[in-house]
Design a binder for this molecule. Structure first.
Ligand SMILES: Nc1nc2c(ncn2[C@@H]2O[C@H](COP(=O)(O)OP(=O)(O)OP(=O)(O)O)[C@@H](O)[C@H]2O)c(=O)[nH]1
Length: 350
């Protein structure tokens, strides 16, 4: 069968159901949202919340190095990293294997949260969860999309990016409109109008650092397969441009993203690094993040974050057992790898 002809949300052909006798399906929350919108911030807020659940976490970073895994406050044995690709397509098999690994363990988790990569199209992920062989193993509870209120219209003339951002929103059953501390009321109104113009009746919660109440995030049973299928089947209502078949439209969306990574055991000069990232990162870099070793405070791990022109260089505390080193990833379009490497090299200490 030509798989490109298969409707994207049609459950796969029935195979033997996978389940653990006597165990109810485990609820799964999917976190989506464009690069740098605040998904990891939300994940940490949930993990640190007072819910008493044993939460399994799947973290998908599009780049070659999984930086998020180091920034998430989860229990190591319950965390699986899905790196170097996107779980909605290239590494969907890894997602399936990891889900089964988490859910078929003797000491199973009570809840699963999947943080999708910032370039994921949710439809491919939803299809995985709707596979009939999993209907007794897991239940998709909700899809929460985090939107960066400040950056939502950045690269607004790029139709593919706009379409991807709108697809992420249209598959969600709740939107966290995050970073409202960075924008004014008029800008917020424009966003509400823009989302409302494309999608009716979507719940939008404004937040700073994703400070939404836990009660509306976990075990809420909001996922509606009928609505998700409609989000796929009526693309022209939900998006500026119709989404083509999965293989074509989606593949195109990903081909515009390039990743770059950098590793060194030499230390950076903190001020030079901060200044360079703030002022000199090319506009084609949508997102840059890393764990860095700085000569000024050699005993501390630092987190480097850049979303557009916004940057943060914050201490994560001592290195502990880890040998200090720096690992940085960037995602963008038309990345000049040699030039970017030279920019970071120029910030190395002495
Ligand atoms: N000012 C401000 N910054 C925020 C807020 N929420 C998150 N941030 C910052 O935004 C940056 C990106 O946040 P993350 O939570 O890593 O975003 P993400 O969506 O997980 O990023 P990717 O996984 O790379 O797509 C970090 O520097 C955060 O500290 C907010 O509400 N206000």
């Amino acid at each position: 069968m030509d798989t490109s002809q298969r409707p994207i949300l049609a459950p796969a052909a029935r195979t033997e159901p996978i389940f653990v006798p006597g165990r109810d399906p485990v609820p799964v929350t999917l976190l989506t949202g464009f690069l740098g919108s605040g998904k990891t911030t939300l994940l940490n807020r949930i993990l640190n919340g007072d819910h008493g659940l044993r939460v399994g976490v799947l973290i998908n970073d599009f780049g070659a190095i999984n930086i998020d895994a180091e920034l998430v406050d989860s229990i190591e044995e319950n965390t699986i990293n899905l790196t170097n690709g996107c779980v909605c397509c290239e590494i969907r098999d890894d997602l399936v294997r990891s889900l089964e690994e988490l859910l078929l363990r003797e000491k199973a988790v009570d809840y699963v949260i999947l943080e999708a990569s910032g370039v994921s199209d949710p439809s491919g992920i939803v299809m995985t969860f709707l596979d009939q062989k999993y209907e007794k193993l897991l239940r998709l509870d909700s899809i929460t999309c985090v939107v960066d209120a400040e950056a939502i219209f950045t690269h607004g003339d790029d139709q593919e990016l706009n379409t991807l951002k709108m697809r992420q929103i249209s598959f969600a059953d709740m939107v966290i409109l995050n970073k409202v501390d960075l924008v004014g009321p008029t800008h917020l109104e424009v966003i509400h109008e823009w989302i409302g113009h494309h999608l009716k009746r979507i719940r939008i919660i404004e937040a700073t650092r994703c400070d939404a109440p836990l009660e509306i995030l976990l075990a809420v049973g909001r996922f509606d397969p009928v609505r998700a299928i409609a989000a796929h089947q009526k693309p022209s209502e939900a998006h500026d441009h119709p989404h083509e078949d999965d293989a074509h439209g989606h593949g195109e969306a990903h081909s515009q993203f390039q990743t770059w990574s950098y590793e060194t055991d030499r230390a950076f000069a903190q001020d030079a690094l901060g200044e360079m990232v703030r002022r000199k990162l090319p506009a084609e870099i949508y997102r840059c993040k890393g764990i860095v070793h700085v000569a000024d405070s050699p005993g501390e791990r630092f987190s480097l974050q850049a979303v557009g022109r916004r940057t943060e260089l914050t201490s994560l505390g001592p290195w502990g057992e880890q040998v200090p080193c720096s690992r940085i990833v960037a995602i963008g379009s038309s990345i000049d790898a040699a030039a970017l490497t030279a920019l970071f090299d120029s910030c190395l200490a002495g």
